[in-house]
Design a protein around this ligand. Sequence first.
Ligand code: GRF
Length: 220
Amino acid sequence: MAQAKLKLGVLISGGGTNLQALIDACANSDFPAEIALVLSNIPDAFGLQRAKKSGISTSIINHKDFEDRDGFEAAMTAELKDAGVELVCLAGFMRILNNTFVGAWRDRMINIHPSILPAFKGLHTHDRVVQEGVKFSGCTVHFVVPDLDSGPIIIQAVVPVNGDDTGETLGERVLEMEHKIYPEAIRLIATKSIRVANGRVQINDGNYAVDGVINPALVN
Ligand code: GRF
């Protein structure tokens, strides 16, 4: 019997190109995960259309409809649980999450951030990278913990910064790498190839010779 696929809940607030990368990965019958629900806090987020086009269930939970963060997040957890979600994937979800939500999904929630964490946490990453004259940037998939853009790192990919880069041109190249490493991180989790010990991710997977060191060139 085929192994059951890991059920993903993808949280978005915007365009959803990372969501699209996950939709495309899940379209491959060998991929060990499937998207059970796409949830947006922004009613007209373009990512919702991407999901609908692929026949994926969607839900809108608008934070503005709630008096406080707790009510908003309780509604999200209820919806995710109803859909049978096992792993929450933040993909451009632009709300800070409080400790109750993060605790409810501890070790079962991941995020993608467009920098080599712990450098350049927060917003406007690429503009700040260019301003600082940093030579390499990139992206990170990590487990979510209460502190913003922190938590055990699963995969990082490095992207060189060119002398003539603007935040926008750099962001485009980083995004291409995001689309490679996000599905790959999910594959590692779904195949139980990852272990978190002492706040560090260890990877036990034939594709990677060294724990936690990933050469994105190896990612198809
Ligand atoms: C990505 O750069 C992601 O790293 C960040 O928000 C952006 C979302 O882009 N967290 P998209 O909506 O997936 O296109």
